[in-house]
Ligand binder design. Structure first.
Ligand SMILES: [Zn+2]
Length: 266
């Protein structure tokens, strides 16, 4: 409370969007406290990446285990492993099944609590323009009203910051590249294999964003769309089986749509 450096909490999943938000908040001079949430993701690669990045940057980081509330939010295909994830490209019809009930209000509420707890004045999160159609809790109206509530819910007001609320994926990437960020330090793929699969919806969206900037994604992929080159980027010893497994699962309708990062990166 008496620190002269302002503090902020960042909801940081380990994906591209929140990685960019983390750095943006850092550049604004905040002493950061990053929060990642374990809500029973199908793999822990994003959380591992988040932990590693924060350790390297010297940012306080906490992985909050909210699996205990799984039974309250398990109607979504993202949180119910028994449901098939819808296939095809991102669109509202396909992916409405992936809306997790009240997700961002839950995560923001916990982050606001931690902000009050440590005397932080802001909570940053990675809602962006590409999510507005499908996810009500990524829309400007939601952010505005959560911000109003966060200002009065405690004796210490907290402001909600969503710096990319009106920006698309390409603009987030452009901002990160302008900051000199290395996106090899992020994890996007829905699958938790040694290398990103390059085939799932989230990998494809990410690769397309880099392609529109005329750049190669620095992340290692087992296969890039339109390329026969497999595991070109230094496969690790013993990864052949995993690579084959990821390619099999990438063609599995149940695994072909990814929403874990691009659409749900808060
Ligand atoms: Zn993938």
């Amino acid at each position: 409370m008496t620190s002269s450096i302002p503090r902020a909490v960042v909801i940081y999943s380990g994906g591209m969007d929140s990685y960019t938000v983390l750095h943006r908040a850092r550049r604004e001079g905040y002493e950061l406290h990053a929060l990642s949430f374990n809500y029973g993701q199908r793999h822990a690669r994003e959380l591992d990446t988040a932990k590693q990045v924060c350790a390297e940057l010297g940012i306080a980081h906490q992985i909050v285990d909210i699996r205990a509330i799984h039974g309250l939010i398990d109607s979504s295909a993202l949180t119910d492993a028994s449901q098939a994830l819808p296939g095809g490209d991102y669109d509202a019809d396909n992916l409405s099944a992936t809306v997790v009930p009240n997700r961002n209000m839950i995560l923001l509420s916990l982050a606001i609590a931690q902000a009050v707890n440590i005397g932080a004045e802001r909570v940053f999160y990675g809602a962006h323009g590409g999510d507005h159609v499908l996810y009500p809790d990524c829309r400007p109206e939601f952010v505005e009203k959560m911000n109003n509530v966060a200002a009065i819910a405690n004796f210490s007001p907290v402001a909600i910051e969503a710096p990319y609320l009106h920006k698309g994926k390409d603009e987030i990437l452009a901002d990160g590249l302008a900051m000199g960020l290395d996106y090899a330090n992020t994890w996007t793929c829905y699958l938790g294999e040694t290398l990103a699969c390059g085939e799932c919806g989230s990998c494809r969206e990410r690769l397309a964003a880099f392609a529109r900037h005329g750049l190669n994604d620095p992340l290692s992929y087992s296969q890039r769309p339109g390329s026969d080159e497999k595991a070109a980027a230094s496969p690790q010893p013993g990864s052949d089986e995993k690579t084959a497994a990821s390619q099999r699962s990438a063609t599995d309708p149940e695994a072909s749509a990814d929403n874990s990062e691009g659409r749900r990166d808060v």
